[in-house]
Design a protein around this ligand. Sequence first.
Ligand SMILES: [Zn+2]
Length: 378
Amino acid sequence: MTLFLLIFAFSPLPSPIAGGPVETPPAVLNAVRYRPDQDSLRIVLELSSPAVFAESYLHNPDRVYIDLDHTSVASPIAPIEIGDGVIKQVRTGQHDKETVRIVIELNSAVDYKVFPLTSPDRLVVDISKKTPASQRPDSPVTRTIVIDPGHGGKDPGAIGRHDLMEKEIVLDVGLRLRGLIKERLGAHVIMTREEDIFIPLEERTAIANAKDADLFISIHANSSRRKEAKGVETYLLGRATDKDAMDAALRENSAPRNKSSDDLQFILTDLLTTAKKEESLRLAHYVQANIIEKLEPRYKSVDHGVKQAPFYVLVNAKMPSILAEISFISNPEEERLLAEGGYRQVIAEAIFEGIKKYVQSTSMLAQPGEAANTPIRR
Ligand SMILES: [Zn+2]
């Protein structure tokens, strides 16, 4: 299992200025220790205090990067030569004034995880020498994932009190998510839009159906007349579970479209028999749980859970499909967070992690054609 982004900050956060970075106390990296055994290598970074870190995995050649934010090295740290056939070398250095970078050079792909420990503060990197889950023959193969950033062009979506537009936020999160899926899952990604253009709602799933996509992920930001409303919810198509869910669907359905509302009503009467409902539900649960888990350590969020509502954009999807409302743009605090690239990255990572867990937990995608050929009863 791989943890892609983990942030730890134990002190209460100061009120950040819109768009500005959150200040954390500077940490010092005192030493790098390592302990090899037969199946794994543990690398321990000894710190003076907790540090915010980001990790990434790159291929060709395979390597793991870990950046410690607001951190400096106590004194230069010599490269550690491992040379065990899987791990080549661990290099540590001051990448820039505020960042210490650790690069773990590999001979082949690995599973790894990064996690903090306290008393004393340290960051642990565990690298498995066994064949990664993604390369085992029984591992499901993901083919195509459609990412649908909501709204665009003449349809701005919801607009925050400080004029932040939903269409811009969700496009950015969608593009970040595309990068993560391509890089880490090796799946083909299709964007319903990758710039600020208008796409009618019914064309979005039509794109996914035409490409025989395996999953459809629509990304939106929530809005409410109640300024204090905040948090995250993930939807699948169905009869509205509560009034807030119905309000969300009505708002998202208000984008200009070609079909008449009579058509919509007709479709909605038969929602409960929609194909792929169970799979959509599972996918929604993974995504919702991962967003909440990733936001929890650092941001106060509210878990509204998985809900159902008649979202027009999901109506014709022939594959498991969900719509994530990633935060409330109408809540001043969450509007300020949505304006921060770091927050959008955490959300993209969380959606990715949810998708990955869904893919790993299902064999559906290992059966080419099955998803696309299942008829929707109408
Ligand atoms: Zn929306």
